[in-house]
Write a protein that binds this ligand. Structure first.
Ligand SMILES: [Zn+2]
Length: 458
């Protein structure tokens, strides 16, 4: 009789537990009931390094431990009974509070009134590379995303300033009150930055679409261009002279791109931007800010000039720029990005596994091939030259994004690119806030440190 009741209870329990969406809702009271039956499982990196685990206090109460402190704070998040959940802790709540421990063990636990061990979430993250990225960004504010072009696996997602999820309850008010640094904000996905010159890749794509003879484009740069009372200058007023489209990308010539912007069809430009996921939902399981592109048929010439070179009202984040780069690297097809490699039970037996799948084609393969060639030239002969001459090849685009309308000296430094140009491997996107100097001056050396660590060990 006892056994029968236990088994019935078991069946009901499972039927109720299986409603994943309901369980994951942060408003669901039942979440806490599961926590009374299951010890919240571990979160690990791709190599089994523990990113989050549950430990027992002396009084028997459970608490969450994050061995890497603030290094994984935004992507792994936190789980706290009073302050809720964020990051993977929120997104994977169901799996962490589900136990696929062996049946007999669970039955024994049931009789002994002992909790079952929750499942382990094995992520695609690479703890060593994340640590390298953390060190490379140093005391700067900014973000770094690294993913695989051909699979969509996310290896690194870093945001600074960060916080220590072990201290979330103690520091809650301080963290929420720090408006200047916004340490809880995941800049990788929730940042809203002007793309700066990285956007020239999008503008070049639109120009190619409107002009099948784009290879014949030439422009004579005098270091600045004026239209409608608006003057756009090249970096340091550099006079770039005659250049074609490729040259304009390689030298990141603002005048040439402003000139291109004046010729573009506003409706078509918006369509291209939206195909690259501006104004669209992103394939992203974490909280993010939707990238925006504001051009429409009423946009002024001045605004078109600024938009074409990456200023204006366009807003994006490093994660989104990584997705665009990944599609260029991957022949136009964006693979669906993902953070969870698999779920196992607590002893390591596989329960479910994610496999790479295509998300969407963002551009034609010929277009991707042409942009790839331009981006390779940026590294071989242009503003990304620091990355040339390595054992790995690289292609990319640098950027400087002005963020102060009052003080034009205040800029963010961008780099987006990929490695192994012939058979693209890693995609990297870096933003460093509040830097000055030439395109990518701060972001490129940081990208290089991360890529060097991956290819040479670090
Ligand atoms: Zn120029």
């Amino acid at each position: 009789m006892l056994l029968f009741v236990a088994l019935m209870g078991y069946l009901v329990y499972f039927n109720v537990v299986r409603a994943k969406e309901i369980v994951n809702s942060p408003y669901n009271e039942r979440q806490n009931n599961f926590a009374e039956r299951v010890v919240r499982g571990n979160i690990t990196d791709r190599n089994g390094n523990i990113l989050a685990e549950t430990q027992l206090a002396e009084d028997g109460s459970e608490y969450r431990v994050y061995p890497y402190g603030d290094i994984f704070a935004h992507v792994v998040g936190y789980s706290d009974t009073d302050y809720g959940k964020a990051g993977l802790e929120s997104m994977e709540n169901f799996d962490l509070l589900t136990s696929n421990a062996f049946f007999l063990e669970k039955l024994r636990n049931e009789f002994q009134d002992v909790k079952d061990m929750g499942d382990t979430v094995v992520t695609t993250l690479d703890a060593d590379l994340q640590q390298t990225a953390y060190n490379a960004l140093g005391a700067n504010k900014g973000a770094i995303v690294v993913m695989e072009a051909s699979t969509g696996k996310i290896l690194v997602m870093l945001s600074k300033p960060s916080y220590d999820p072990n201290q979330i309850a103690v520091q809650w008010e301080y963290l929420n009150g720090d408006a200047e640094n916004s340490p809880l904000l995941n800049r990788a996905t929730q940042g809203a930055y002007a793309p700066g010159s990285t956007f020239k890749v999008v503008t070049a794509l639109e120009f190619m679409r409107e002009h099948s003879d784009y290879a014949n484009y030439t422009y004579d740069c005098y270091g600045e261009i004026t239209q409608d009372g608006t003057t756009i200058r090249c970096f340091d007023n550099t006079v770039h002279g005659f250049q074609d489209l490729k040259g304009s990308v390689v030298t990141s010539c603002n005048a040439s791109f402003s000139n291109i912007g004046l010729t573009l069809n506003r409706t078509a430009y918006r369509k291209t931007a939206e195909e690259l996921l501006f104004n669209k939902k992103l394939p992203c399981s974490l909280d993010y800010t939707k990238p925006s592109f504001a051009v429409n048929e009423n946009t002024s010439d001045a605004e078109m000039m600024m938009t074409a070179m990456g200023q204006g009202n366009t807003m994006t984040n490093p994660y989104h720029m990584a997705l665009i780069t990944a599609s260029i690297a991957n022949g136009g097809t964006l693979m669906e990005p993902y953070l969870v490699e698999k779920v196992t039970n607590y002893t390591g037996t596989e329960i479910s596994k994610n496999v790479p799948k295509s998300y969407k084609r963002l551009m034609a393969s010929e277009e991707a091939a042409q942009l790839k060639e331009y981006m390779a030239a940026v590294v071989n002969e242009g503003t990304g030259m620091l990355l040339s001459g390595q054992s790995y090849s690289a292609a990319g685009k640098t950027g400087t994004a002005e963020y102060s309308m009052v003080d034009g000296e205040k800029t963010h430094s961008w780099y987006m690119g990929f490695t192994n140009v012939d058979n693209p491997e890693l995609v990297i996107s870096v933003i460093v806030e509040g830097s000055d100097g030439q395109d990518g001056a701060k972001a490129v050396p940081i990208a290089k440190q991360v890529l060097d660590a991956y290819y040479y060990g670090g």
